[in-house]
Design a protein. Structure first.
Length: 156
């Protein structure tokens, strides 16, 4: 028995529909990959900035923890530094306080310098500047001051 007047409908997609779907999906994938690429570039810059700030903070903290006045003359080697004015040097590659290279941070350059300054009412202060140059060329500057403050005297 044959039906007349009704048409059998084929199931599936045509070649034109398939090409349009592939085109739409490829445009969406390209846009997402472009977004991820730009995010990763910005993320690498943020990581270098964070590392530079941490490196500068560590060097500054080390220098400011030393005495204001030199107790026994100039020293050779960072591990022997005993006063803040000994800190005038450049490290090509980050090093710890004993002079050992820190793994993974060899492409950073650290320059630390000190200079006597007047700090408001305090006539004798020392300014410590730590300048860290990241592998991408970005420079981070961190400064601090050391005074001849011996601490609070408690009298009873």
């Amino acid at each position: 028995m044959k039906r007349t007047g009704t048409r059998l409908r084929a199931r599936g997609v045509t070649l034109v529909e398939l090409v349009i779907a592939i085109l739409v999906i490829s445009i969406a994938v390209t846009a997402v990959l472009g977004l991820l690429s730009s995010i990763s570039v910005r993320s690498a810059g943020a990581m270098a900035a964070t590392q530079s700030a941490s490196i500068a903070g560590a060097y500054l903290e080390e220098a400011l923890s030393k005495a204001y006045q030199d107790p026994n003359g100039p020293e050779a080697g960072r591990q022997n530094f005993d006063d803040v004015q000994d800190y005038n040097f450049t490290d090509n590659g980050v090093r710890d306080a004993m002079g050992n290279p820190v793994a993974g941070l060899g492409q950073y350059t650290v320059q630390i310098s000190t200079a006597p300054v007047a700090l408001g009412a305090v006539a004798n202060a020392i300014r410590v500047d730590v300048r860290v140059t990241a592998p991408n060329g970005m420079v981070t500057l961190l400064s601090g001051y050391r005074t001849n403050y011996t601490g609070q005297v408690v009298r009873r």
